[in-house]
Design a binder for this molecule. Structure first.
Ligand code: DAH
Length: 362
C-alpha cells in the first residue's frame, strides 16, 4: 500500500501483483477461449460492426467508473470497502462499463471491451478480487432501426449470441433487473444442466448516459458479462482459483480447444485435495467492514483459502461490543496441505486481526 497525503490506497500487494496478468489475452487460457467464442459470434453475424478493445488501462477515473454511468453518490459500490482506490479520483475499474462513455465520446458507436475488473468481496469458490468482464455497446444512427425498437434489437442479438455460445437448443429467459445506466434492464439466464443461471446484464442505455457521451438524442443498448462465470458454466470448472493456478493438469485440458467448436470439452477435475478448516473469533473494532478481513486473509493465505464464512455473531449488550466467529476453509487446488503450513498461516492471520484490524481475539 502506498500513501499520498492523507489518503491511503486500499490496493493490496496481492491484488497489485495481478493487474497485468490479463488472462483474457493468454493463449490457450479458458478465459480467452470463451472470450473468443463470444467475439466470433459478432464477427460472423455483424462483420466489421464491433471493433475490439482488449488492452484498455484498468485504472480509470471515478467519473468513468461511476459518475458518467449515473451511479448514485451514496451507492455502496463506491465505498472504499467495496472498490480499490489508487487515489481519491482513480479506481481499479469495477466493471468494463467504465469504458462506455469514453469510447462513445471518441467517436466509436459500437464496440466490445474485455479486461480484468477488481472488487473487494467475500471469499468462496466463485469470488476472486480480480475477474474478467466483457462489455458490448451498440448505438444506432437516427432511423437505423426502422420498425424495430432498441429493446427488440437488443434481445434478438443477445439471444442469438447466447445460442451461438451455448448451442442452439439452449433455453433462455429474460429477467427484469435494475442498473443505473440502462432502462429497461434485464439479466439473461440460460438453463444449464437443469438449472437457470444468469449469464449477462444488459439494457437500453439511459438518455443521460448518451448525453454524457456527447450523443444526445441517440439510442442504443449495452451488455456486460463475467468471463469466469461463463467459463465455469461452459467447461464445468468448479473453483475460480483454478484460473490462476499454474498446474499443468488444468491447462493441458485446454490445449488446442477451438473456441468455435460446436461442443466444448468438459473439464475433468483432478482428484480433489482434502480441505481443512480453522475458526477465528474476535471482538470487532469500532470501524469494521468484513471486506477488510477478507483482503487481509487473501494477503496472508493467498489462493490456499477457499472459503470464509461468518458462523457466529454475538452482541454483548452490557459492553456494547460485538464479536464474530469466522470459519476459514483451506484447500490447495494442487496438493494436500500440511497441518503446520495451515497453522502458520492461521496464526499470521490471528496476529494481523489484532495488529492491522484492531480486533481483540477471544
Ligand atoms: N456493469 C454491470 C455489472 O458489472 C453489467 C452490465 C449491466 C453492463 C447492464 C451493461 C449493462 O453494459 O447494460 O454488473
Amino acid at each position: 500500500m502506498f500513501q499520498t497525503g492523507k489518503f491511503v490506497s486500499n490496493i493490496t500487494p496481492q491484488v497489485a501483483s495481478k493487474i497485468g496478468a490479463n488472462l483474457h489475452l493468454v493463449k490457450g487460457h479458458p478465459i480467452r477461449i470463451v472470450k473468443e467464442r463470444v467475439y466470433n459470434f459478432f464477427k460472423k453475424y455483424q462483420p466489421g460492426r464491433f471493433p475490439v478493445f482488449d488492452e484498455l488501462n484498468p485504472y480509470v477515473s471515478v467519473k468513468d467508473n461511476f459518475d458518467d454511468l449515473l451511479i448514485p453518490q451514496d451507492h455502496p459500490s463506491r465505498r472504499m470497502a467495496d472498490t480499490y482506490y489508487a487515489d481519491t479520483s482513480t479506481v481499479l475499474r469495477t466493471h468494463t462499463s467504465a469504458h462506455q462513455t469514453t469510447l462513445l465520446r471518441s467517436g466509436c458507436d459500437s464496440f466490445l471491451v474485455s479486461g480484468p475488473c477488481f472488487r473487494r468481496d467475500s471469499i468462496d469458490g466463485s469470488h476472486y478480487p480480480v475477474f474478467h468482464q466483457m462489455e458490448g455497446v451498440r448505438v444506432f444512427d437516427e432511423d437505423a432501426l426502422g420498425e424495430q425498437t432498441v429493446a427488440e434489437h437488443l434481445q434478438e442479438t443477445l439471444t442469438a449470441m447466447t445460442k451461438h455460445v451455448f448451442g442452439t437448443e439452449v433455453e433462455t429467459r429474460w429477467v427484469d433487473e435494475y442498473f443505473p445506466f440502462t432502462d429497461p434492464s434485464w439479466e439473461l439466464e440460460v438453463k444449464f444442466n437443469g438449472e437457470w443461471m444468469e449469464v449477462l446484464g444488459c439494457g437500453v442505455i439511459q438518455p443521460r448516459v448518451l448525453e454524457n457521451s456527447r450523443l444526445p438524442g441517440r439510442s442504443g443498448w449495452a451488455f456486460g458479462q463475467g468471463l469466469e462465470r461463463l467459463a465455469m458454466i461452459l467447461f464445468g470448472i468448479p473453483d475460480i482459483r483454478l484460473f490462476w493456478s499454474a498446474d499443468e493438469r488444468f491447462f493441458k485440458q485446454f490445449v488446442g480447444v477451438d473456441p468455435s467448436a460446436e461442443r466444448l470439452p468438459r473439464f475433468i477435475p483432478f482428484s480433489a485435495f482434502p480441505p481443512t478448516s480453522r475458526d477465528v473469533s474476535f471482538w470487532l473494532p469500532a470501524q469494521y467492514n468484513a471486506h477488510d478481513l477478507y483482503d487481509l486473509i487473501r494477503a496472508l493465505g493467498g489462493d490456499l483459502v477457499e472459503d470464509v464464512k461468518e458462523i457466529d455473531h454475538f452482541d454483548d449488550t452490557r459492553s456494547g461490543r460485538t464479536a464474530k466467529c469466522y470459519r476459514l476453509v483451506y484447500r490447495s487446488m494442487e496438493r494436500t496441505l500440511e497441518t503446520e503450513e495451515v497453522n502458520h498461516i492461521q496464526n499470521a492471520i490471528r496476529v494481523a486481526i489484532q495488529d492491522k484490524l484492531g480486533g481483540v481475539l477471544r
